[in-house]
Design a protein around this ligand. Structure first.
Ligand code: NIG
Ligand code: FE
Length: 419
């Protein structure tokens, strides 16, 4: 390349990475290059920010004259740190027995209605100590991080009582303090009706939307809320009550929408200007248009679709046509997606949902950032953004979507520091 692409006004660098191919993931304007590629390039950081991007030759000359530390990437591809924007990472127990049952012909809905499913994880989670929750969540987070994940969204929702929901959110925050990883927490207040509330749905929704939400928000434990709007979970009216309460407190929303049926949850998410509507296997064209109008990101979760052996994929053509931003995530959870590989989710997004590799990679970078409301800070390689990035030993970016079970991640930089 012959000219620097972006330059910071201040000349100071702490470190520079040279001899890399950058996939900046900045939205293409030329309609040709989908990854925002800059070949044989360099990227410099100052503090925790990207300070400069340009040619390796220029970077090397400048680094020599200013005595800046240089890392030679040996031709590796450098991408923005990956963002897993939908997980239920903190939970107790396992659901392997349910997996066995499903393979003997019992459906997810039948298991849920018989008091298993989410409720069985709630029982195991309530019985777990904070230490054991932190330990098991750390194992899962490290696996995601090994592939280049630098930002992780974590939902509560397996406590379903205030003290345990609080514990899950505290464990999630603690994970973010202990690991070189940005954690965003979501209060999934309406996930399932706990057995002790079976006789009083309305009372439960009122508690979740009122005192529990207020207490957790006041403790600074939540970045967003979420609800499972579904025939086996909560109705549109119940979800609406919760979203109203969050809106009054200025807390943004995600919605589990259209996973098993189309109840109009996507339209509801759009009405509230939700950051994201997630799953969306069952979505109408007007639903897709509503998401587009609201700027709500569609978060697609192929791991859950695969594990539940669903056969109706999200209507990606409608979503594309409507101009909805598409994100991809693991949905890491013990029931429907025991998945700790965002690279596997990339492959599934392509093979099961028909995304192009460019769409899939935008879905775990630029669009995932938007799904968390963090698009000004992360998700692309741009001067001024956080210096979170990962280096991969690959020949072209699509390889990250292509390989099954490979991990070509060579190193990760988090906030300007090699992890
Ligand atoms: O995203 N759909 C609701 N929540 C999770 C599944 C939770 C569970 O089965 O434990 C999901 O698929
Ligand atoms: Fe989920």
């Amino acid at each position: 390349m012959d000219k620097p692409v972006q330059q910071s006004s201040t000349g100071e660098w702490d470190r520079v990475w040279v001899n890399a191919n950058l996939a900046t993931m900045v939205a293409a304007h030329d309609g040709v290059s989908g990854y925002g590629e800059i070949k044989d390039a360099a990227l410099a950081v100052r503090g925790d920010r990207i300070a400069w991007m340009g040619s390796s030759a220029e970077a090397l000359a400048r680094a020599r004259s200013q005595d800046v530390a240089v890392t030679d990437c040996g031709g590796a591809w450098l991408l923005p740190g990956l963002i897993d924007c939908h997980t239920h990472l903190v939970y107790g127990g396992s659901r392997v027995e349910e997996f066995e049952k499903r393979l003997c012909g019992v459906s997810y809905e039948e298991i849920a209605r018989a008091g298993g499913g989410i409720q069985s994880t709630v029982n195991a989670t309530r019985a777990a100590t904070p230490e054991s929750l932190l330990e098991s969540a750390t194992v899962r987070a490290l696996r995601l991080m090994d592939e280049g994940v630098t930002t992780l969204e974590i939902k509560s929702g397996y406590g379903l009582e205030l003290s345990v929901e609080r514990r899950l959110l505290e464990v999630a925050r603690e994970l973010g303090r202990r690991l070189p990883l940005s954690v965003r927490t979501t209060y999934l207040g309406l996930h399932a009706l706990p057995k002790e509330a079976a006789a009083d749905r309305a009372g439960f929704v009122k508690q979740v939307s009122g005192p529990w939400l207020e207490a957790l928000a006041a403790s600074g434990l939540i970045d967003a809320v979420d609800a499972f709007c579904e025939n086996i979970a909560f109705s549109v009216a119940e979800t609406e009550q919760f979203l109203h309460a969050a809106q009054r407190l200025g807390v943004p929303a995600h919605v589990h929408a259209g996973q098993l049926s189309d109840m109009g949850a996507a339209e509801l998410a759009a009405r509230f200007g939700a950051l994201s509507a997630d799953h969306l296997e069952y979505l109408s064209a007007p639903g897709a248009a509503a998401l587009a109008g609201a700027g709500t990101v569609a978060v697609l979760l192929p791991g859950a679709y695969y594990m539940l052996r669903q056969t109706t994929p999200p209507p990606v053509p409608f979503l594309r046509q409507a101009g909805v931003a598409l994100a991809l995530a693991t949905d890491c959870n013990p029931g429907t997606s025991p998945c700790t590989s965002l690279l596997l989710a990339l492959n599934m997004g392509c093979t099961l949902f028909g995304l192009t590799p460019h769409e899939a990679l935008a879905g775990v970078t630029r669009h995932a950032a938007r799904a968390l409301g963090l698009q000004t800070d992360i998700g692309t390689l741009e001067v001024g953004k956080r210096a979170d990035f990962a280096l991969y030993r690959i020949d072209r970016p699509a390889e990250l979507c292509y390989a099954l079970g490979a991990n070509p991640c060579a190193s990760v930089v988090y906030g300007g520091v090699a992890r």
